[in-house]
Design a binder for this molecule. Structure first.
Ligand code: ADP
Ligand code: ZN
Length: 830
């Protein structure tokens, strides 16, 4: 009987699903999720088997040519997830399946070039062809990539055709072998119970008696192995006991230990020794939330989707920990997403401390080997709690039991800088649905779209309205209840009034006074300014000329320390001009304020204060985030000046004052989410103050004290903000009342990108039926040039884009010399 399979094939430009026949040799070995090789045109391609089928969709059917690895690389649930993601993002299935493949296993097709035995016919060959032949004479056969390396910046492929036609070389497609292998190590394990082994070691042995030193080494080996449950890497045994290979072999010869081979796990957590975390008794508020969540681990419970809205410091993380515990108790695994590991060290540490030995950390700093090992340990079920940034969602857990998304409002959950585009939050939702497991999304400031959806789809909306008094005296009457703490009061300072009163400083009288007080009382303060550098821009007071990045067109920022102007979009640098390039006048100066110049002001005004700066400039090196945070937590600095990294859920008990130096920074960007972002970041930053019984206060400095985002943030009023923002979105027909599809055009020439966007805009205008879709643009993007690339965009607004894109597929209208990017539900339209 013939067996057919449907395979998702991923070849640049040509990805799709195709049917193949399974040859008898592969029957019973290939299943859904298997990574196979298949003939594709004249090439060999790699693909993932989606399912078996009864009838192939085409009459002429080719055979699957091979199985790459014995076990399936994606689970049936992951296939479903990938399908949903492809649909959601209007892109191809195999791109999403690729996200789930272990790194290094996704192979790429290459060409194998061989020299044929032929008489020396070197006349008529070009110099390049002669070089190729010479290379092949030395190496016999070479892969395309090896030729690339041997002939850098040379277009050798074009010269190859002539050589093939002349019968001098042959080419054939090959797949590169997987680039990563597991490492094998030698292991040792105790083969008797410890006391028995020790007795035997000291007992009479035939042959020469070992010396006392040798005996004690061997004893140490047995002691060490007795402490370990399973086999131990032999090199570790050597290192810990001073024993050598002769000792190990002697012990093995006496049948006291057994030697073996094991897989070596490159474990990034090896060096981390964390104290076990004490499990606290839940507060009454947490207990109420947990009661709702707990029941969802049962089969058939519905719904299993939860939005956990809890103010900063209300104990959300403890709820996540309980939920993970419940999933593990069912023998399942949990996936916990955090915005970025380096920026959320406290949260990550709590998971590591609560579940020692069970946590897989998935993040971008893992080496390829570590990544592959982590992937395999997750798949084998050895690691049961996966913690990581957005891509951790695709970890190959064998039996998913829970998904947690911490700080679910965070923008980093959307991948739009790389392909394929996706929202980890949307994907997690879809995954939780197909796997029928609880999903807990938590935040102090969920997006308006998230709240709207949770209510419309009748999720559980769980609330933790009170802060836990975690640092301070336990309340005496109830030792199990740490007590609650109110959110810090926020004072809004109108900087226009300050100016009128003659205060030209960046610090209002009130903020200055509060800082003085904090320093006197030996407490800590945070100053937040969402802007790096010393100045927002450099301009000529005489003619108004502004220094802009020649590649991006954005205003350049002065960095005093390096004495250089920097473009924050593309990194372009230049010297500060001595005179105005436009009018030649001498009055070209920096204007505005960034973290670096703020630091200077503070150091000048508060001599003796220990000031620390935390922004992209000071945290570039590896481990910097941890270092800065540790330094501050240990009170080795008094004032921490920082950008938006401060908004990521840090628990800093000594901080009693948070000053937002300019609350308006992100308010006036042309993005419909700008107000929401401002509200969120203000709430989050304000939430860093007053974590202990010492209390705390917050000051917002602003030129727009009446703005609703600032007003509601100053009142910690999420519901108020939600109502007003939602009404505005409805009035202007923005999400969640519509969906957006962004079509972005990029090219190195301003004229070609403008022309392409214009022409396509004209086509769209004819194609679009206004009752279904509306077109906004074409317009230049807000960041109209990035790293020398010009950008234009069209936004389509509507509810469904598939009908339109099916009728007018991308390849029928995308221009030749201009790159087109589609992003469904873009997180930013700048
Ligand atoms: P969130 O995640 O909402 O910001 P956390 O879970 O970090 O809040 O809790 C804030 C502080 O309260 C932490 O220091 C945490 O250890 C502590 N905490 C949480 N739950 C309890 C509890 N039930 N009993 C005592 N302390 C708690
Ligand atoms: Zn630039």
């Amino acid at each position: 009987m013939s067996i057919y399979v449907r395979v998702a094939v991923n070849i640049a430009q040509l990805s799709g699903t195709f049917d193949y026949q399974l040859p008898p040799a592969l029957q019973g070995r290939v299943q859904a999720g298997s990574l196979v090789t298949v003939p594709f045109g004249k090439q060999i391609a790699q693909g993932i088997v989606l399912n078996t089928i009864e009838e192939p969709s085409v009459p002429e059917i080719k055979e699957v040519s091979g199985l790459v690895v014995p076990l399936p690389v994606v689970s049936p649930l992951q296939i479903l997830l990938a399908k949903n993601m492809a649909e959601q993002n209007l892109a191809s299935l195999s791109e999403y399946l690729d996200l789930m493949l272990p790194p290094g296993l996704s192979q790429h097709v290459d060409t194998l070039v061989r020299l044929l035995p032929a008489p020396a016919v070197e006349q008529g060959l070009t110099p390049l062809q002669l070089r190729i032949v010479a290379l092949l004479q030395k190496n016999k056969e070479m892969r395309g990539r090896q030729l690339d390396a041997a002939l850098p910046h040379v277009r050798w492929r074009e010269s190859l055709t002539g050589l093939v036609k002349g019968g001098l070389v042959s080419t054939e497609p090959v797949l590169l072998p997987p680039s990563i292998h597991s490492r094998q190590i030698r292991t040792a394990a105790l083969s008797l119970p410890e006391d028995g082994a020790l007795r035997n070691l000291r007992g009479p042995t035939s042959g020469r008696k070992p010396t006392a030193a040798v005996l004690s080494r061997r004893e140490a080996v047995l002691n060490l192995l007795a402490q370990e449950k399973g086999p131990v890497d032999v090199s570790m045994v050597y290192a810990e006991t001073g024993a050598n290979a002769a000792d190990i072999h002697a012990l093995a010869g006496m049948n006291l230990i057994s030697l073996g081979e094991g897989e070596f796990w490159r474990d990034p957590l090896r060096e981390m020794n964390l104290p076990l975390e004490r499990v606290p008794v839940l507060t009454p508020g947490q207990a109420a939330v947990w009661q709702v969540l707990e029941t969802q681990f049962a089969v058939g419970a519905s719904p299993k989707l939860n939005l956990l809205v809890g103010v900063t410091g209300s104990g959300k993380t403890e709820i996540y920990l309980r939920a993970v515990e419940a999933a593990l108790a069912q023998g399942k695994q949990a996936i916990v997403l955090v915005p970025e590991i380096a920026l959320t060290p406290q949260t990550v540490r709590r998971f590591l401390a609560r579940f020692p030995g069970k946590v897989a950390l998935v993040h971008s700093r893992l080496s390829p080997g570590e990544r592959y090992d982590t992937w395999r340990r997750i798949r084998s079920g050895a690691l049961t709690v996966v913690v990581g940034a957005r891509s951790a969602l695709f970890a190959p857990v064998p039996n998913l039991g829970l998904i947690v998304i911490d700080e679910c409002h965070d923008e980093s959950y959307f991948q739009d800088d790389l392909h394929p585009h996706y929202s980890a939050v949307e994907s997690a939702l879809s995954y939780a649905r197909v796997a029928d497991v609880p999903l807990v999304m938590g935040s102090a400031t969920p997006n308006v779209e998230q709240i709207y959806r949770a209510r419309r789809e009748k999720w559980h909306e769980l609330r933790l309205p009170d802060r836990i008094l975690a640092h301070g005296s336990q309340s005496a009457d109830s030792p199990s209840d740490p007590g609650t703490l109110s959110l810090p009061p926020v004072q809004v300072v109108d900087m226009r009034t300050e100016l009128k009163a003659g205060n030209r400083s960046v610090l209002s009288a009130s903020l200055r006074q509060s800082l003085t007080q904090v320093l006197q009382q030996n407490e800590q303060a945070i100053l937040f300014l969402n802007r790096r550098g010393s100045a927002t821009y450099v301009f000529c007071r005489d003619c108004g000329y502004v220094v802009r990045c020649p590649r991006c067109g954005t205003q350049m920022t002065f960095h005093a320390q390096a004495d250089v102007l920097l473009c924050h979009i593309c990194g372009y640098r230049r010297q500060m001009p001595k005179k105005c390039p436009e009018c030649g006048g001498p009055n070209i100066r920096q204007f505005g304020l960034g973290t670096e110049s703020l630091e200077k002001t503070i150091v000048q005004e508060f001599s003796g204060a220990r000031v620390l700066r935390w922004d992209a400039d000071t945290s570039r090196f590896k481990g910097a985030h941890d270092l800065i945070l540790d330094h501050f937590t240990q009170h080795r600095a008094d004032i921490l000046i920082g950008t938006k990294m401060l908004a990521k859920g840090l628990d800093l008990p000594l901080v009693t004052l948070v000053g937002v130096v300019l609350a308006d920074v992100s308010l006036n960007l042309p993005d419909f989410r700008a107000n929401e972002r401002t509200f969120q970041i203000l709430c989050q930053v304000a939430g860093r103050a007053g974590r202990s019984s010492k209390g705390g206060k917050v000051i917002f400095q602003t030129f727009h004290p009446e703005h609703y985002a600032i007003r509601y943030a100053s009142l910690h009023d999420l519901d108020g903000f939600y109502e007003e923002e939602l009404a505005l979105r409805q009035k202007t027909d923005y999400p969640p009342f519509s969906r957006l599809l962004r079509i972005e055009f990029r090219a190195a020439q301003a004229a070609s990108v403008e022309q392409a966007a214009g022409e396509i805009g004209d086509k769209f205008r004819q194609w679009i039926r206004p009752q279904h879709l509306e077109m906004i643009g074409p317009v230049p993007c807000f960041y109209s040039r990035m790293a020398g690339i010009y950008r234009w965009q069209i936004l389509l607004r509507g509810r469904k884009f598939y009908p339109f894109l099916n009728e007018h597929p991308l390849n029928t209208w995308s221009p030749r010399n201009v790159q087109v990017e589609l992003t469904a539900d873009p997180p930013s339209v700048l």
